[in-house]
Design a protein around this ligand. Structure first.
Ligand code: UD1
Ligand code: MG
Length: 452
């Protein structure tokens, strides 16, 4: 890898009108991370020293996302969309002072791999002043074509609208990813004009100009999937599908079993341990970690949650932010956990809400138990001690504490602390009216016969 420091210019000024959205295009998400966020993650991984994000006017939310995802990112506003060279020029102040490598990436091309950028940099550190990432397009229409000499060197990039018929027949296309030895870039940009079919300043013209200067340009290639650009929602869905299939494959190769991988949706940051088993139809929202050997049964939804080693969760469980499921704990069907710790070996197997609290180790939460955590104004905590037993259909009105090993009678509404080892029951005592049902039935039948 090159020792030279790296500046990456990320182009994000496009309005993305074909998304038909009030949200800027590059903030649309893939696997729960904005496309801009994906590109900035690659910038982190490749070790960029500086990142410049070029945005259009009035894109405060894009600026905020850029700074959140790459702290220290410099934001430059391109006032008018005059072309890709004009966009890179917007980052001129950073380029001027930069002697290392400069990479140009598009924020709407989120599937690029870090390894590919590393290959590009290696080439830049070797024999080339400019390196362009190319690909063989199934349908090259619309792309810039990479024109190479007999020695394989890149001599020019011809935009589709400017290309001759012979040039249009070339299938090797420009992905848009370009790398420059930084000391040449400002000089090249200064000489790019806009006398072309679109009246735009084409960054791609830098290659022809560089050749005229006796500089060397070359091409490295990658698969078309990797450089898919997202312009509308159908391409967004295609990019999502490619991301998901890559992420599932990586998880399986790392030791995760999936019965039906095509039905499991992962987030960009999902962490799955070894020997985790995932049944069909599970959605991992952002911020989820599943530790070794846990089993996720079918039809679950998780978000900002941790599942400890050997735990069994599902079918039909929902873990919301702050759910922390301990080792070997069981969370069963129609159980929702939010901002609560379920300690090791505890069980809540049926129809419960566990919100804002703690379930001590090996405690048992009966079917239909509800943590009544909200009084309409504030949230309160419920604390259940180790080994406690909460009978079915109990309401625990927070704030409330149940001591270690305590027993709660079924159907109780618990409003006061229960000491360790106690039994608490709070329901009306059962009353038996001897033979009442028989007498009632006879009376009703007699009444009906008289009328009929
Ligand atoms: C560009 C390339 C083309 C390549 C193709 C790959 C040029 C002249 N052409 O064409 O060779 O095959 O990408 O998809 O570079 N942008 C700005 N400001 C601008 C113009 C563009 O920020 O003034 C951003 C856009 O938001 C987008 C990217 O740059 O993310 C590319 O712009 P776009 O207009 O899509 O270029 P293409 O015509 O597709
Ligand atoms: Mg484009």
């Amino acid at each position: 890898m090159s020792e030279r420091s790296l500046l990456i210019v990320v182009l994000a000024a496009g309005k993305g009108t074909r998304m038909r959205s009030t949200r800027p295009k590059v903030l649309h998400r893939i696997a729960n991370l904005s496309m801009l966020g994906h590109v900035l993650s690659r910038c982190q991984e490749i070790g960029a020293a500086r990142v410049a994000v070029v945005v259009g006017p009035d894109m405060a939310d894009v600026e905020a996302e850029a700074v959140a995802r790459f702290p220290g990112a410099a934001i430059f506003v391109q006032p008018d969309q005059l072309g890709t060279a004009d966009a890179v020029k917007a980052a001129g102040p950073l380029i001027a002072g930069h002697d290392g490598d400069v990479l140009v990436l598009y924020a709407d091309t989120p599937l690029l791999r870090t390894e590919t950028l590393a290959r590009l940099r290696t080439r830049l550190a070797g024999d080339s002043d400019i390196v362009v990432l190319g690909f063989e397009a199934a349908d090259p229409g619309g792309y810039g074509r990479l024109l190479c000499g007999p020695d394989g060197r890149l001599t020019a990039i011809r935009e589709d609208k400017e290309a001759s018929d012979a040039e249009r027949a070339v299938r090797l296309c420009n992905s848009g990813v370009m790398g420059f030895r930084g000391r040449h870039l400002a000089g090249l940009l200064a000489r790019i004009g806009n006398a072309n079919a679109k009246g735009e300043y084409y960054l791609t013209d830098a290659v022809g100009i560089a050749n005229g200067d006796g500089l060397t340009a070359s091409v490295i290639t990658c698969g078309e999937d990797e450089v898919l650009g997202v312009n509308d929602r159908t391409q967004l869905a295609t990019a999502e599908a490619i991301f998901q299939s890559r992420a599932r494959r990586a998880a399986m190769l790392a030791g995760v079993t999936m019965w039906a991988p095509e039905t499991v949706y992962l987030s960009f940051d999902t962490q799955l341990g070894r020997d985790v088993e995932i049944e069909p139809n599970v959605v991992f929202g952002p911020g989820v970690t599943v530790e070794d050997g846990a089993v996720i049964r079918a039809n679950c939804h998780f978000e900002k949650a941790r599942i400890g080693p050997g735990a069994i969760v599902g079918p039909f469980s929902r873990l919301r932010p702050g759910a922390d499921i301990g080792p070997d704990a069981h969370i069963g069907n129609f159980v929702e956990v939010k901002n609560a710790t379920v300690e090791s070996g505890a069980k809540a197997n049926h129809l419960s809400y566990i919100g804002d609290g703690r379930v001590g180790s090996r405690a048992n939460i009966g079917a239909g138990t509800i943590f009544c955590n909200y009084d309409g104004f504030a949230k309160h905590r419920t604390d259940i001690g180790a080994g406690a037993f909460v009978g079915s259909n109990s309401s625990l009105v927070a704030p409330v504490k149940i001591g270690d090993g305590a027993y709660i009678g079924s159907g109780s509404v618990i409003t006061k602390e229960v000491a360790a080892g106690d039994l608490a029951i709070s329901r009306s005592p059962q009353v038996a009216h001897t033979k009442w049902a028989e007498r009632f039935r006879l009376r009703m039948l007699r009444h009906r016969d008289k009328k009929g």
